[in-house]
Write a protein that binds this ligand. Structure first.
Ligand code: ATP
Length: 330
């Protein structure tokens, strides 16, 4: 059996490598090579297979590497982060960190994976991560003030992601309340915050970020919402997922620290600058059925302010989804 990661690393985007050359290199049959290549392709890896010439990557692909991520971090951030795991395949990065939390790890820590077998969005929805094309990143941290004080955390995390992307040269990223990243009406990423612990005492937050970096068009057909990736947000910028990962961690840790001190109130104005729903007519789904209104920003706890025919009301993020009324993208 060939190790999938080693096989992927041995492919090139400049020239194809024949199945027989790979079989000889790994001491296996051509059929075994083919089988593993098909498994990689099924996971979304951008591999082309041409009869007679062999296998070639459709573009350069650098796999995630914990040492490379650490090396791209400023010293203070590297010191702050107590653990950094990079998995080839895992159920979900949030679940992996939850296991660390349950094991009594002091945190903060982070985790990445190339393949998630059960990547999660909110309310049980799935997150697609074509192999090599995105980032599945989770970070966790302990807080003293209790889960009751964590309102607005997913919005603050969104700001952390936007700051990181702006630093990397990707501008115009919008936030769709409460947990999505958009660019020009297309979904670029999502955030999943999972809390545990006491309502008024020690607690923890596990924050998952799924970000589309350079999704292979073929693999992207399995994503059932209009989507975009960083390669489309700004074409031509060299893409190094390890550097993006490091920058993301730096900004997420910074936001979590600021949130621990000042709560969401510290982020309200910045959120307003990236709020793609503000002024739009929206439909709120869930909770007590459907409600319609105009989104009018967020309050100091991160609740969505909705102007309805019956007056203004505040909507908590917990169990609702927001859609533009026309059904178009935000
Ligand atoms: P909500 O407004 O409630 O957040 P949502 O549809 O954005 O609704 P999420 O839980 O945030 O739901 O994200 C999961 C959804 O995102 C999936 O059901 C799928 O439609 C979409 N999705 C999955 N993978 C990707 C991806 N790589 N890029 C863009 N969208 C994706």
């Amino acid at each position: 059996m060939i190790d999938a990661r080693t096989l992927l690393r041995s492919l090139d985007d400049a020239q194809p490598t024949s199945g027989s050359a790979l079989a000889a290199r790994f001491g296996v049959s051509r059929a075994a090579v083919w089988k593993q290549i098909e498994a990689l392709r099924a996971s979304g890896a951008p591999i082309e297979a041409a009869a007679g010439s062999g296998y070639r990557l459709r573009g350069p692909l650098a796999l995630l590497d914990a040492d490379a991520i650490r090396a791209a971090m400023p010293d203070p951030v590297r010191r702050k982060l107590r653990s950094l795991d990079v998995h080839w395949q895992i159920d979900s990065t949030n679940s992996a960190l939850n296991r660390r939390v349950q094991a009594g790890d002091p945190g903060p820590g982070a985790c990445f994976a190339e393949i998630q077998t059960a990547g999660r969005g909110r309310r049980g929805r799935g997150w697609q991560l074509p192999l090599g094309g995105g980032l599945a990143c989770s970070v966790w941290r302990r807080f003293d003030a209790g889960m009751a004080s964590m309102a607005g955390l997913s919005l603050a995390v969104g700001i952390g992601v936007v700051r990181a992307l702006e630093r990397m040269g990707y501008n115009g990223i919008g936030l769709k309340w409460p947990n999505d990243l958009y660019h020009e009406g297309l979904k670029l990423g999502g955030i999943l915050v999972e809390l545990g612990g006491e309502a008024l005492g020690p607690c923890h937050a596990i924050i998952g970020v799924g970000l589309n970096v350079h999704i292979d068009a073929a693999a992207g057909t399995t994503i059932d919402q209009p989507w975009t990736d960083l390669a489309s947000v700004r074409a031509g910028l060299p893409i190094d997922r390890n550097r993006i990962a490091a920058c993301l961690l730096e900004h997420l840790l910074d936001v979590l620290e600021c949130f621990a001190q000042s709560s969401f109130a510290a982020f309200v104005d910045e959120y307003a600058r990236h709020d793609v729903l503000c002024g739009k007519c929206v439909r709120i789904i869930g909770g007590r059925g459907e409600r319609f209104g105009e989104a009018a920003g967020v309050d100091r706890q991160g609740a969505l302010l909705l102007r309805t025919a019956d007056g203004e009301l505040l909507v908590d993020s917990g169990e609702v989804s927001v859609r533009p009324q026309s059904g178009t993208a935000p």
